[in-house]
Design a protein around this ligand. Sequence first.
Ligand code: IPE
Ligand code: MG
Length: 230
Amino acid sequence: MDGNGRWAEQRQLPRIFGHRQGVETVRAVVKECRALGIPHLTLYAFSSENWGRPAAEVAALMELLGLFLAQELETLITEDIRLRVIGNTALLPPEVLQVLQRTIERTAENSQLVLTLALSYGSRDEILRAVKGLAAEVQGGELAASDIDERRFSASLDTAGLPDPDLLIRTSGEMRISNFLLWQLAYAELYFTDVLWPDFSADELRRALDDFAARQRRFGLTSAQSASDS
Ligand code: IPE
Ligand code: MG
């Protein structure tokens, strides 16, 4: 979800106005995913690297996040949406962590859409935490190094239990992955749009989905092989 700052700067507004408008886009996109029956949506809301932004912007983003979670709880419950989180959440302010944990618990049984927020998330950090966990299991004699396969490794990541993404959308014209789901995106289709996140919408989402639907996914096979599969 990129481009909040530029959206605000184009209007000579402080960056936080862009983040606030970005929250409205989050609401619209979650609603559209729910309406379309998309079972998983993961939003890269705050990266490990974002901690390095000016303290006032970090504080404003954290406040916005806490507010969003508190405001959305009722909708998540009525819409049967489950909230999950990935990232090094121990770094989040305690009041944000509290409302986050409460929302996760209160929506744990919901099943129509799994909404995953990547918070204080960095893929390399996630991979290293997984590797350390597995190494500790090997060291403790609970796991044989030779038993570490792709399934086992995936299950050690923050995204354990989530399917790998089919489609990655990045807004605002940047063509980078920026340390997002590096392992999980192995076969994802990538979609880049110049639209800034605050201007992204249900219509823009459907445009991305139409583009995705027209692609042929071969997963390393030939087109004849993958055509016979589907
Ligand atoms: C993305 O918008 C939102 C967060 C990182 C929280 P940016 O804040 O990165 O917006 P630009 O890139 O400055 O336009
Ligand atoms: Mg940016």
